[in-house]
Write a protein that binds this ligand. Structure first.
Ligand SMILES: NC(=O)c1ccc[n+]([C@@H]2O[C@H](COP(=O)([O-])OP(=O)(O)OC[C@H]3O[C@@H](n4cnc5c(N)ncnc54)[C@H](OP(=O)(O)O)[C@@H]3O)[C@@H](O)[C@H]2O)c1
Length: 278
């Protein structure tokens, strides 16, 4: 990924949804799919620090996650670490994209994260019901001031990216998309070609489809052949697609598996099987 600061990123980032809450701050968060240990802040902080110690320097946050509480947990996890070695991304939710709202939201993110700048600020989605386009000149301004370094979008189609590029003064550095071995309908060949041509890094969110991918028969049989975990095959395939996956994990064994997925080499036959898997 071509970051403005020249920071280089570990090929697999740190997802944070369900860390410090789901769509509301702990401990009141109750959401279908939330895990039983979601209010275990000490373990979450330790897991983030463990991921960083393994080389994962890119943390994916969003104001939506835990209603800003996730930013706070991440802030505690990165306290005392060298900020320049980390790449922190955050996302604006639809309530924060209107005129005059972006700066105050970013200030809140910075305060919770305990940092003076964001490496990346995304528009979380191109919602129909709000004018997300209004956020763009505000983000440009923050980039000019150095408060934000890179501009990103998420869940944007090629048409949305085209529209954005007409308005934005700074390039789109990344588009964060739902993409995994079982879900390929948004990141099509045309989409990939467009991103490649315009130097836009595809960040793959939900690389395991919140675990569904890990139970897939094809993935499991390839994993067995490699003596690897299914998660590693899911990530290895995403890496072959020139995407940067951001799995979430607060389990050290899982983190070890995820980080070492960079060493897995898939055969042509395995690639074909995974490419064709729906
Ligand atoms: N831009 C967007 O609209 C958007 C939408 C959704 C998500 N996201 C981002 O993408 C990140 C990833 O997506 P996600 O968290 O929804 O789902 P995910 O990463 O596909 O799946 C997370 C689940 O997989 C488990 N897991 C992780 N590593 C594993 C391993 N090696 N073996 C077995 N299980 C493993 C985790 O449990 P443990 O913690 O126990 O390991 C957790 O239950 C989010 O955290 C968020 O940062 C962005």
């Amino acid at each position: 990924m071509k970051t403005k600061s020249g920071k280089s990123l570990f090929p697999i980032g740190i997802g944070t949804w369900n860390i410090g809450g789901t769509f509301a701050a702990n401990p009141s968060a109750k959401y279908k799919g939330a895990e039983p240990d979601y209010d275990n802040e000490a373990a979450e902080i330790e897991a983030i620090r463990y991921s960083i110690s393994k080389g994962q320097n890119h943390i994916d946050c969003a104001e939506l996650y835990g209603a800003f509480h996730t930013d706070e947990v991440v802030g505690k996890a990165i306290a005392g670490l060298s900020r320049e070695d980390l790449y922190i991304a955050d996302k604006l939710w639809k309530t924060s994209v209107g005129k005059g709202l972006v700066r105050a939201t970013v200030e809140q993110m910075l305060e919770k994260l305990g940092t003076e700048y964001l490496d990346m600020l995304y528009i979380h989605a191109p919602w129909d019901e709000v004018s997300w386009q209004e956020a763009i000149p505000q983000i440009d301004e923050l980039i000019n001031e150095g408060v934000v370094r890179d501009f990103g979008v998420s869940n944007f189609t090629v048409g949305d990216m085209e529209q954005t590029r007409q308005i934005a003064k700074h390039p789109i550095v990344a588009n964060q998309m739902n993409y995994n071995a079982l879900y390929k309908s948004e990141v099509t060949q045309e989409f990939q070609d467009y991103c490649r041509k315009n130097d836009i890094q595809v960040i793959a969110y939900q690389p395991f489809k919140r675990q569904e991918v890990l139970n897939d028969k094809t993935i499991r049989s390839i994993a067995e052949a490699h003596g690897a975990a299914p998660a590693q095959i899911a990530l290895a395939w995403l890496l072959t697609q020139n995407t940067l996956p951001i799995p979430k994990s607060i389990n050290k064994r899982h983190i070890d598996e995820n980080v070492s997925a960079v060493n897995i080499v898939l055969s042509e036959h395995e690639m074909k099987q995974l490419n064709e898997r729906m």
